[in-house]
Design a protein around this ligand. Structure first.
Ligand code: ATP
Ligand code: ZN
Ligand code: MG
Length: 502
């Protein structure tokens, strides 16, 4: 048989083998029948009892046997309780070995943070975990460990390959007399100043006015006509929310974490404040002792907390499709080496519309959004831009959405990219992703238990990066208002008076 689970059960009192045998065998037969069903077959292998310590082996093909062990322990406890006044106090696995099919053995070793051995042979992997506590058996660690091995193996095959990218549509080329880097140009004019902490920028009056103009255009020309309304969400994301969306498992190295003071009692902080006063420095070791470890994450994306708002609720038919957006939470990301100018920053401002509805409603809404976006980029911002069907890696690896839908192009992500003349020719240079639009199917409505009165409920979101809109616009049109498109100039109105520095 493919799978073998060697378990140890601790009884509440000693029992002779003759007393245990018949009960164990019938409880095992019943547990096997209940848990294997038609998904596999299994049997109770060798067993022994020494005082209150029972050792047994469960073997199976198809379905994995840890569910059987849970059912067996429960049944055994009931029967032994009735007959012998003895219960099952706890159980654990000494060794748990499973075989699973895998198309290609990973070329490099796969690591796991659990005591284990792992091997591959002839289209199958064999994973053996040792010394698993009861919690691990109850919580399906084995199934998750196998899924993780498969994911890591798949990731090895993707490594070095580019993200899936397929051109959807492209605007006509435009002339670009301006060839500068907009950030450099803004710095020269003192419109912006590189911020006091990593990857952040201070926008002076003109740059702020332009960023807010982008915000207004997105709301008035795209979101309001499609029936979107604003919500205001908290700026900190709980670990729980990010566990549900998968961000915690996927991107923990890109978050800014939030810590709290352990106390606000001034007495506890006195030594710290005294040191600040005398040294005029922050005593970092002292500070570290006075604050907690990370307790939350500074907003990475806005949709997770919007899903939390809807979680555990049933949406009325008349509210579908739900169309809301947040523009309050500011996004923070640890971009590290990738930072460049205003287009890749550690803190950016984004409007994130989120939509929840039936599959038909969402497909219709996507058409609506695509139409309004096209109107803005063609007629208001007059950009040279294109769209591409992309499949983010996290969707590929979570299996549910992506590659297999690539032909139908229903679930997945569309990237919007702008040509940045300062980076080189339009054919060879890297364009800037300035926003995207996704339909993710039931991934998040399921994760957050969001229901409708009847039928399937899907969701999706679109990330409107305002710094990206601004840099794309300025990179193509330059910083001279006289050269800006008429419609944009009308909406922007008069520019504020800049502060002059001598
Ligand atoms: P990229 O591939 O450029 O890192 P992403 O795939 O991480 O982008 P998403 O998580 O899909 O981006 O976020 C949606 C939008 O948020 C992007 O289209 C972009 O407009 C904006 N955005 C993301 N990261 C940044 C950043 N570091 N600086 C400015 N804007 C950003
Ligand atoms: Zn989102
Ligand atoms: Mg990114």
């Amino acid at each position: 048989m493919e799978h073998e689970l060697q378990a140890e059960l601790t009884l509440s009192g000693p029992l002779a083998a003759e007393k245990l045998g018949p009960v164990l065998e019938s409880a095992a037969a019943e547990a096997l029948k209940r848990t294997m069903g038609n998904r596999g077959e299994g049997r109770l292998g060798a067993w022994s009892v020494d005082g209150a310590q029972v050792t047994l082996t469960l073997e199976s093909s198809g379905a994995r046997p840890h569910q059987t062990l849970l059912a067996l322990a429960r049944r055994l406890s009931e029967e032994l309780g009735r007959r012998e006044r003895v219960g099952v106090r706890s159980f654990r696995a000494r060794r748990y070995r499973v075989r699973f099919p895998i198309e290609h053995a990973p070329p490099k070793p796969v690591t796991l943070p659990l005591a284990h051995t792992l091997s591959f042979e002839g289209g199958a992997g064999t994973l053996e975990l040792t010394d698993l506590p009861e919690e691990a058996l109850r919580d399906n660690w084995m199934d998750r460990a196998v899924a993780l091995v498969l994911e890591k193996a798949r990731r090895q095959t993707y490594e070095g390959k580019e993200q899936y990218w397929d051109l959807l549509a492209q605007s006509p080329p435009r002339d670009h007399p301006f060839q500068g880097d907009p950030t450099e140009e803004m710095l020269r004019r003192d419109w912006v100043r590189s911020g006091p902490t990593k990857g952040k920028w201070f926008l002076g009056p003109t740059a702020a006015h332009l960023l807010r103009t982008m915000d207004r255009i997105a709301r008035e020309e795209v979101l309001a006509p499609l029936g979107f309304t604003e919500v205001v969400q908290p700026h900190h994301d709980s670990f729980d929310i990010l566990l549900k969306t998968g961000h915690m498992a996927g991107l923990p190295g890109e978050f800014y974490y939030v810590a709290e003071p352990k106390t606000r009692d001034p007495a506890a902080w006195e030594e710290f404040t005294d040191l600040v006063k005398i040294t005029k420095k922050v005593p970092e070791a002292k500070l570290a002792a006075l604050v907690t470890g990370p307790t939350a994450v500074s907003c990475y994306a806005q949709c997770p907390t919007i899903y939390w708002w809807l979680s555990g609720r049933t949406l009325a038919q008349e509210s579908l499709p739900v169309r809301v957006y947040d523009r309050t939470a500011v996004s923070n990301r640890y971009e590290s080496g990738g930072r460049h100018g205003l287009e890749r920053v550690d803190e950016f401002h984004r409007i994130e519309p989120v939509y929840v509805g039936t599959p038909d409603q969402l497909l219709e809404l996507r058409e609506g959004l695509m139409g309004r976006y096209k109107h803005v980029f063609d007629n208001v911002l007059e950009l040279e831009w294109r769209t591409a069907w992309v499949t983010p890696f996290y969707l590929q690896q979570s299996g549910g959405v992506g590659v297999e839908d690539a032909d139908q192009r229903i679930k997945g992500t569309i990237d919007f990219e702008a040509y940045l003349p300062y980076r080189g020719t339009r054919e060879t240079s890297e364009w800037l992703e300035f926003q995207n639009l996704s339909i993710v199917g039931e991934k998040y409505t399921e994760a957050f238990t969001i229901r409708s009165q009847k039928g399937e409920l899907w969701s999706g979101c679109s990330g409107i990066g305002l710094e990206r809109w601004l840099t794309a616009f300025l990179a193509q049109h330059g910083l001279e208002p006289a050269n800006w498109p008429t419609r944009f100039r009308e909406i922007a109105g008069e520019l504020p008076r800049e502060v002059r520095f001598l």
